[in-house]
Write a protein that binds this ligand. Sequence first.
Ligand code: F0G
Length: 457
Amino acid sequence: MELPFAESWKIKMVEPIRKSTREEREQWIREAHYNVFQLRSEQVYIDCITDSGTGAMSDRQWAAMMLGDESYAGAKSFFHLKEVINRLTGFEYVIPTHQGRAAENVLFSHLVKEGDVVPGNSHFDTTKGHIESRKATALDCTIDEAKDTQLELPFKGNVDPAKLEKALAEHAENIPFIIVTITNNTAGGQPVSMQNLREVRAIADRYGKRVVLDSARFAENAYFIKTREEGYSDRSIKEIVAEMFSLADGMTMSAKKDGIVNMGGFIATRHEDWYEGAKRFCIPFEGYLTYGGMNGRDMEALAVGLDENTEFDNLDTRIRQVQYLAARLDEFGIPYQRPAGGHAIFVDASKILTNVPKEEFPAQTLTIELYLEAGIRGCEIGYILADRDPVTRENRFGGLDLLRLCVPRRVYTNNHMDVIAVALKNVFDRREEITRGVRIAWEAELMRHFTVKLERL
Ligand code: F0G
């Protein structure tokens, strides 16, 4: 008999978590104005709000923390981190930052100016924010198939080469670089194929443009290339990673995801001019060049985390857990963005709460119902997150309305996945009875989902 699959690690330290009663949760979510960002973590049983900074470090990472060199300038820890990044990516120049959006801020301060156009595949909110706040445009060139949640494609995060070509033909003058997000978070943690990265490179070369990889989940992307793309099954994750970055000019990194640290990020590039330009912004925004917003100990932990998480077994354990959760949802017929993503399941609320009008925010309503059911905290990636149109001030109902259930790395067991699946099934079973959603009582002008105050209808 074939042995079953099991995790590639064992547990050395645990953190107790607590269940609550439905009465408690009803009170807490009311006090939080029906916004899960306003809950305290102790009011949450299983926390799937993000996979960012919520992973569990390994014993080797904790041991490395003790070797942190906290020198202001020229810290050993910086050079350890730099060596690992050089080795994995081939990028010579490295600037540490306190997290991913800080890397965007520093690099884009040098590269993006008013009137520019930055094409890419579903830019993450902060990436888009750092482009739009400079009065430039983030042009989405993701393949159309990504919008159909029920379509199974191996690389649903891809850039559409025709859309990219058109963008370059029309705006070449104003395009400072192309950005490709691996994996494509907004489209459901969907990967980008090596073939697609090669196509992007070829188009960029034709127009003399450079390519940045938003690399928050680059290792998960490499796992999907290994397991899904022809010709890569015998290649190691590290070889695939090296090939991915060989097709780019630089990267911004939120190390809180595939670096498996709680805080950190960096910029890396092969071009001295980008490095020189970004340096000028690192010092005032982040800090001196050999720490740029990170502690020495955190750079040591990140150096180990990057190395560990570009090994197959670690990624295999991680992605299979997300796929396990997806398989449980399949058993219950619950619709989500198919196939399962690398870091999360994106439940298609518009196909579940069909009696809740879109003006009453179905995905947010589902988020609240799942919390009430079992204390599980997901997050809405839907109409509230989409904000209002900057010109008409109308809500934007054009995109998908999803409940994202992130799986933190090395934190929960498959028993927790079972609880999530069954809790969602219980809500799913009474979906017809849920006919009313929420109404906005107060909202911020931008990025409203973090602070919005809602009323239950
Ligand atoms: N790029 C991508 C693709 C991301 O998913 C994120 C963060 C960032 C950049 C920004 O990095 O948070 O370190 O400043 N995503 C988190 C999430 C917040 O929940 O998906 P950061």
